[in-house]
Ligand binder design. Structure first.
Ligand SMILES: Nc1ncnc2c1ncn2[C@@H]1O[C@H](COP(=O)(O)OP(=O)(O)OP(=O)(O)O)[C@@H](O)[C@H]1O
Ligand SMILES: [Mg+2]
Length: 268
C-alpha cells in the first residue's frame, strides 16, 4: 500500500545542503502496524511528514518515490495531495494541544475532515463524529462533542486527535510519538486503542516512537533509523531477539530490563 523507494530529503536553507534522509526504502502493507525507531534527529519525523505530504517547503529537495497505492506522492499536485490528507492518509502528533483549535468545540473539529472530504449532511456528520468518539472509548461522547479542548485531559485530547484522524476511515495512519507527552498508564491505554482501531478498521499504522517496548507490543515489523539512514528493518520479534546491527543492539540494551521481557527480564 505504501512503498517508499530511495527517498532522499535535503535541506537547502544553509550554505551547504544538508541531507537528513538518505536513500530510504520502507514499505507498509494494508492493515499492518510498522514501527519506526531511532535516536533523536535520525530522520523519523522528516520521513513521516514527507509521507503525509506536509513537507512542501521551497528550501527542501526530495527525490525518490513515495508510492501510495501506486501513486507517487512526490509528484502529486497540491490539490491531489489535499484530497488524500485526512481522508486516505492521516497523521497524529505528540502534542494534541498544538493540533487542536482552542476556540472550537471538539465536535466541530472532528467533523472538519468530513466537511472537506465527504458529502455528508449536518446530522450525518454529527452521527459519524459521535460514533468515532465512542470508538476511541471516550466516556460520554455527547459531552465531549460539545466540549472545548481545554476542558479535557491530555489523554482525552489524544483520543480526540485519533478520532479526528480516523473519522474518514483512512487507509494509513501515521502516529509520530503519539504517547510521549502522556504518563505511562495513559500511554498504555493509547497503544491498546491504536491496536483496537487497527483490528477493527484495518487501517495501517506507521508508529514512530522512542519507546522500544511499546513498539515491540504493537508492531509486527520495525525499521531502525540512524543519522538519516535505515540501518535495519524486519519482523519485530526477530530484530528484538537477534538484532543484526550494533546500533539496534544498543537501542535494545537501553530498554530497562524489566520491560524487555524474555528470560533475561524474568531473571532480574
Ligand atoms: N530546517 C532544517 N535545516 C536543516 N536540518 C534540519 C532542519 N530541520 C530539521 N533538520 C534536521 O533533520 C534531522 C532529522 O530530524 P527529525 O525531526 O526527522 O528527527 P527525529 O528522528 O524525528 O527526531 P526526534 O526523535 O527527536 O523527534 C535532524 O538532524 C534535524 O537537525
Ligand atoms: Mg521526531
Amino acid at each position: 500500500m505504501l512503498e517508499i523507494k530511495n527517498l532522499n530529503i535535503e535541506f537547502h536553507d544553509h550554505l551547504v545542503p544538508e541531507t537528513v534522509v538518505h536513500d530510504l526504502n520502507l514499505s507498509v502493507e494494508q492493515g499492518e502496524i510498522v514501527g519506526l525507531v531511532g535516536e533523536s534527529g535520525s530522520g523519523k519525523s522528516m520521513t513521516a511528514l514527507a509521507v503525509a505530504g506536509l513537507l512542501r517547503r521551497h528550501d527542501m529537495k526530495k527525490t525518490g518515490q513515495i508510492l501510495f497505492e501506486g501513486q507517487n506522492l512526490l509528484e502529486c499536485g497540491r490539490s491531489e495531495l489535499r484530497k488524500l490528507q485526512g481522508s486516505e492518509i492521516s497523521m497524529i502528533f505528540q502534542e494534541p494541544m498544538t493540533s487542536l483549535n482552542p476556540v472550537r468545540r471538539i465536535g466541530w473539529q472532528v467533523e472538519e475532515a468530513l466537511k472537506l472530504h465527504t458529502e455528508l449532511g449536518k446530522e450525518e456528520r454529527r452521527a459519524r463524529a459521535l460514533e468515532v468518539l465512542s470508538q476511541v472509548e471516550l466516556q460520554d461522547p455527547e459531552r465531549v462533542y460539545r466540549a472545548y479542548p481545554h476542558e479535557l485531559s491530555g489523554g482525552m485530547r489524544q483520543r480526540v486527535m485519533i478520532a479526528a484522524a480516523i473519522v474518514c476511515r483512512p487507509k494509513l495512519l501515521i502516529a509520530d510519538e503519539p504517547t510521549t507527552a502522556l504518563d505511562v498508564t495513559i500511554q498504555a491505554q493509547i497503544v491498546r486503542l491504536l491496536q483496537k482501531i487497527n483490528r477493527e478498521s484495518r487501517v495501517a499504522v506507521l508508529f514512530i516512537s522512542h519507546d522500544l517496548s511499546l513498539v515491540r507490543q504493537l508492531c509486527s515489523r520495525v525499521a531502525v533509523m540512524q543519522n538519516g539512514y535505515l540501518v535495519e528493518a524486519g519482523n519485530t520479534e526477530d530484530i528484538f531477539r537477534n538484532p543484526g546491527e550494533e546500533y539496534t543492539r544498543q537501542l535494545i540494551a537501553a530498554i530497562p530490563k524489566i520491560e524487555r521481557g524474555g528470560k533475561e527480564g524474568n531473571a532480574t
